[in-house]
Design a protein around this ligand. Sequence first.
Ligand SMILES: [Zn+2]
Length: 242
Amino acid sequence: MGVQAVKQIHLGDISVDVALKSIKNIHLSVYPPNGRVRVAAPLRMDLETIRVFALSKLGWIKQQQKKLRAQARQAQMEYLERESHYVWGKRYLLKVIEQDAQPCVAIKGARLLLQVRPGSEETKRQSLLSDWYRRQLREEAQVLIEKWAPRIGVELPWLTVRQMKTKWGSCTPATRHILINLELAKKPQECLEYIVVHELVHLLEPSHSNRFIALMTQFMPKWRFYREELNRLPVRHEDWSY
Ligand SMILES: [Zn+2]
């Protein structure tokens, strides 16, 4: 799928990159960290039609940009006492314990305990915590995969957990490989379940076709509700398209 040309349109002070490609539908995306806006449109679509489409999404674009900026601020974590961290959609206050012992992470009541060696650096604290999130997510995602794969009627896929900026998950049906965004460990568990089901259904139907939608509705009648919930949060699983 070759990109033919990149043009730009302007919606007030927001500039939008337009890439014309051999695709069927128009897609609009807002990218982190700065909220850059990009439209991918079919080769023959004229700029005025693209402009009207982008204008109709202006409210949504501004809302996404606002969230991305908030997220960028959120990313300035210092791993210090009483900082807020989210685990499965719940907020915990960080408690840093400096102790000359094996570093570890644990939840105790409303606190997320981070035990580190005295004088440990911010990057060390960050990697300890992200390893811990990764273990939580892997374990939970594996349980959900084992629950859902037989129901959906697919073989168990390979699972990789990765920090991603623009996607909650993805699936490569040819290799039966599912990729899950590490950030999901911070969201309510039902969001992870929705992503797991979504990616498993891709093993039956690779595209977001009507068949895909019908299968999603069959297996998880409330899937649109969970997608809404995720779309309210900064990283998005799917772009606008029609
Ligand atoms: Zn998908």
